[in-house]
Design a protein around this ligand. Structure first.
Ligand code: FAD
Length: 424
């Protein structure tokens, strides 16, 4: 009689990372660089993430977050695709189409990398990178390590027992470790399993993302144009292309997605204007409904949350992934240092250090982006006056502007070693 197939052997690790998106994959590499052995559990095949149709976004990455990737050995793969952001110009529009960047009101706010050059050694304000490039670089880097990647494999349950946590996977396998990390994004299953609630609400907006070819060079300038329906961002990419984040009400976003290529190009011509020559849309449009989702806590017994699983924010300030990358640098440092001191890396004491380090920054940024979104996404004359005054004040005061730039670059507060470009 044929023997039944053997049950898959159970697995163990130092850390179970649930979710192999940009945050989970970066964390796994960071932990391994510090001598810990993670296991990565990802619901979808990793190769799905490299498809052109998977994620059409590009991310503005703060220079300190980019330094972390360099330190983890991703520099050579990312740098050819990284566009330096030298300047950010913010304008306040009145009605959609009425004040497109073709005929901008005087720039209400101008951030210039030259102003912070002395403090951060000629670094730009940040880099623009297509998410697909980041995902490929992370996957290739993972493949060069001995990190075990279980994909496709879905988390089905988390059992916390004395001294360890067991992740039970939908395919019947089980992984045991002193600590699990929820890096499974918005609507995180791991977070729900731990009974951690969220504060948040959907915005009545979606971000339509498309890439355009520009007729004229963009010189590394990013434009953020605030319109009542939401911000319209033109973000510079290599080879004189730009990534557009076109925020609209949900129905209008659906209409943009459904438009024929010709109709979409016609809307684009009207919205974009011709200040960079003609902007020609490449094929592929992506629609992201926007919401705020802030976890009530960043830890639970033997579980730490990070990335969008801990805080999904509006992309108005391009900070979502940057926050996740800061979480990673802090958590990896706390865990590696704890292991070197012989501590239990899943203990409450150790997790509390991580939560203390990151909680304030995450809550403040989530609140700031939410406030910003409300302040800018409407045409109320009083709010328009208030934001005009606010932007004017920030623009007029050099130190305030420099503070915002350092903040956007991720260089304020107590920086973990990886964000300073130092190994763990
Ligand atoms: C339009 C737009 C523009 C943006 N621009 C910027 C920007 O310029 N700069 C910036 O910093 N941020 C930006 N962001 C935010 C940024 O994209 C997100 O913060 C980031 O992608 C979150 O990554 P993550 O790895 O935490 O989550 P995700 O990308 O959601 O990854 C979670 C992973 O977990 C896996 N998973 C889920 N459930 C399970 C399970 N049960 N078991 C196993 N695996 C599971 C999923 O398959 C997925 O791969 C933008 C967002 C939007 C919508």
């Amino acid at each position: 009689m044929p023997k039944p197939p053997a049950a898959p052997a159970d697995l163990s690790a130092d850390v179970i990372v649930v979710g192999g998106g940009m945050a989970g994959a970066t964390l796994a590499l960071a932990l391994r660089s510090g001598g810990l052995q993670p296991i990565l559990v990802e619901r979808a095949p990793m190769s799905d993430q490299w498809e052109e149709t998977f994620d059409g976004r590009a991310s503005a990455i703060a220079f300190s977050a980019f330094r972390q990737w360099r330190t983890l050995g991703l520099g050579a793969r990312l740098e050819p695709h990284a566009q330096r952001i030298e300047q950010i110009l913010v304008t306040d529009g009145r009605a959609p189409g009425a004040a497109a960047p073709a005929a901008p009101s005087p720039f209400a706010l101008r951030f210039d990398s030259a102003e912070i050059a002395e403090r951060v050694e000629g670094e730009p304000l940040g880099y623009m990178l297509e998410n697909r490039r980041i995902r490929v670089a992370l996957a290739l880097a993972l493949a060069e390590t001995d990190i075990r990647v279980l994909a496709p494999a879905s988390l089905a349950a988390l059992d916390v027992e004395a001294g360890h946590v067991t992740a039970r996977l939908a395919d019947g396998r089980a992984v045991t470790a002193p600590l699990a990390v929820a890096a499974d994004g918005r609507g995180s299953q791991a977070r729900k399993m731990a009974g951690i609630g969220v504060v948040g609400w959907p915005y009545r907006q979606s971000g339509v993302v498309a890439t355009v070819d520009l007729e004229r060079p963009h010189h590394g300038v990013a434009h953020e144009h605030f319109l009542p329906s939401g911000p319209f961002a033109i973000l510079p990419l290599t080879d004189d292309r730009a990534s557009l984040v076109w925020t609209e009400g949900r129905d209008q976003a659906k209409a943009l997605m459904a438009a024929s290529p010709e109709a979409f190009q016609a809307y684009l011509d009207r919205r974009f204007g011709d200040f960079l020559g003609r902007a020609t849309a490449q094929t592929g449009r992506f629609n992201y409904p926007l919401a705020l989702e802030l976890a009530e806590r960043m830890t639970a017994p033997r579980l730490a949350l990070l990335g969008d699983a801990a805080h999904a924010v509006h992309p108005i300030a391009g900070q979502g992934l940057n926050l996740g990358l800061k979480d990673i640098a802090a958590l990896a440092q706390v865990l590696v240092d704890a292991r070197r001191l012989g501590e239990d890396i899943g203990s409450e004491l150790v997790l509390e250090r991580y939560a203390r380090w990151r909680r304030f920054d995450n809550v403040m940024l989530a609140a700031a982006t939410d406030g910003f979104t409300r302040l800018f996404s409407n045409d109320n004359p009083v709010l328009r006056l208030a934001r005009g005054v606010g932007m004017g004040v920030v623009d007029a005061i050099g130190p305030a502007r420099r503070f915002f730039m350092q903040e956007a670059g991720g260089a304020t507060g107590e920086l973990p070693r990886l964000l300073r470009g130092e190994a763990l």
